[in-house]
Design a protein around this ligand. Structure first.
Ligand code: VKK
Length: 476
């Protein structure tokens, strides 16, 4: 439910090295409110208090990521940092003590700044080895207790934000996507993506060959998975939906599970999309996945841009489509949320899960993120956020459609709310609050929102029982 720069803070403590995000967020104009993750929720010092919150909620698993720069302050170079190991050991032990399974993301957007400086981060094939080494250290020292691993978080968005739009470090892009000092928006995202796939394969193969046998855990990858509806009920827009879907999670999951990029991507991108060598294909084939992680928040309309001219869509433009929150009838696709990117469309959850179930032949699925943002500014106080009925409605709605997908045969093994705490929300800084607990970023005090109380009751089963009782009485 959390990741590193977003909640940990203590960015200079414990011999931690600088990450790409530390350096980026310190530059003026990169985050909406000029903030950074230097302190964030100070989870680094308050993790015991935060585990108490999880325990009181009654969750049986906690998703977090490991800061590459706490373990290897300079990337592959330099030493393994004992203080970083000690922090995650303490966190993992305390979770297990409370009966909470650690569900660990190896890299959630942050990498050593050093790697950006030397070779442009994910742009260089060098990162495959470096990521593999980092993953190996994690398996070796934490794998006796961590039984669930995901290699990367949302590579399908990370590539675009970092190398197509220039919104995230290392801020590469070119026209018409944006004006950056470096970059080539029509080539670099696919090179970075290729390196992410091969880095993932490297980590999985190390896990399979050296650790899984004796440790007995599971390994997967998490993608961002939005659902789309055709803007109009035309063949062109229906095909636009198909393309947008293929250019999303399948960009990564098709090579990893099925052996190559989606044919739509190959057709549209041509030589800009790298090829896998025979050796790489063999490696992909040998690694496979234990599960797919899906982050799902929203559904949007999709419109074709092959047969009609469009504005450039910063996320989906490469699939020659443009997204829209309003339909051709001028009505919003779902209720607006505090995030300008997300609309509440509960049935999208079922659609997305069924799509991935079908495309990947019943590979087990975890919903690794789903949640609701409240818009925030510095003049607001805890009381403005704690009566969060919209979050309860949102989560409740999405969970009912997840239950429906399960009834229809999807193999869904788990669900994580994003997030436990309000957090540093990347380029949005502290302007969006996803937490079940409110965090006062001045005092760092945590206050339960109504949704926390609701979620606790839901997990205890009382809400489910009431619902089932009502359903049964309706049946009688
Ligand atoms: O899903 C997204 C981001 C979507 C988006 C951003 C900017 C756009 O312009 C459009 C979409 O990130 C996930 O969702 C969360 C809440 O955002 C983040 O805090 C997580 O770190 C991340 O895994």
């Amino acid at each position: 439910m959390a990741e590193i720069i977003a909640i940990e803070g203590a960015y200079l403590e414990g011999n931690r090295g600088l990450s790409n995000w530390d350096v980026f967020a310190h530059k003026p104009g990169t985050t909406e409110d000029g903030s950074n993750g230097d302190t964030a929720d100070d989870h680094y010092h308050r993790y015991m208090e935060d585990i108490e919150l999880m325990h009181s909620l009654g969750v049986n698993s906690y998703r977090f990521s490991i800061a590459w720069t706490r373990i290897l302050p300079r990337g592959r170079f330099g030493h393994i940092n004992p203080e970083g190991i000690a922090f995650y050991n303490a966190l993992i032990d305390a979770l297990i003590e409370k009966g909470i399974q650690p569900f660990v993301t190896i890299s959630h957007y942050d990498n050593p700044h050093e790697l950006d400086k030397i070779y442009g981060g994910w742009l260089s094939p060098g990162i495959q080895k470096d990521f593999g080494y980092f993953a190996e250290v994690c398996f070796k020292v934490f794998g006796d207790r961590v039984k669930f691993w995901t290699t990367l978080n949302e590579p399908n968005l990370l590539t675009k934000f970092s190398y197509m739009d220039g919104w995230y470090p290392p801020a590469h892009c070119s026209q018409p996507f944006g004006n950056c000092a470096f970059g080539n928006s029509s080539v670099e995202p696919y090179i970075a993506g290729h390196n992410m796939i091969l880095s993932h394969a490297n980590a999985v193969s190390i896990y399979r060959n050296k650790f899984q046998g004796k440790q007995g855990g599971h390994i997967g990858i998490t993608v961002s998975s939005r659902w789309y509806e055709p803007f109009q009920n035309t063949t062109a827009d229906i095909l636009a939906v198909e393309r947008a879907l293929s250019f999303g999670g399948p960009w990564f999951l098709d090579p990893i599970i099925l052996g190559d990029y989606p044919s739509e991507m190959r057709r549209i991108l041509g030589p800009s999309l790298p090829e896998f060598t025979l050796k790489q294909k063999k490696k992909l084939q040998a690694t496979k996945l234990d599960f797919i992680g899906l982050n799902h928040y929203t559904t949007l309309y999709m419109k074709d841009c092959i047969f009609s001219p469009c504005e450039v869509d910063p996320i989906d433009g490469d699939a020659r489509v443009v997204s829209s929150a309003t339909g051709h009838d001028g009505v919003l696709i779902g209720e607006a949320t505090g995030s300008p990117h997300f609309y509440s469309v509960p049935y999208g959850m079922e659609q997305v899960v069924m799509y991935y179930k079908q495309r990947y032949n019943y590979t087990p699925i975890y919903i690794t993120e789903n949640g609701y943002a409240q818009a925030s500014n510095s003049s607001m106080s805890a009381e403005d956020f704690t009566n969060d009925t919209q979050r309860v409605d949102y989560i409740c709605g999405y969970l009912s459609f997840l239950a429906s997908a399960i009834r229809k045969g999807a193999d869904v093994r788990g669900y994580f709310v994003w997030s436990l705490l309000d957090n540093f929300e990347w380029t949005s800084g502290y302007t969006q609050r996803f937490g079940l607990y409110h965090v006062d970023f001045k005092t760092l005090k945590r206050t339960p929102k109504m949704s926390a109380k609701w979620y606790r009751k839901f997990l205890k089963g009382s809400i489910l029982r009431t619902r089932l009782r009502n359903q049964n009485s309706q049946l009688q």
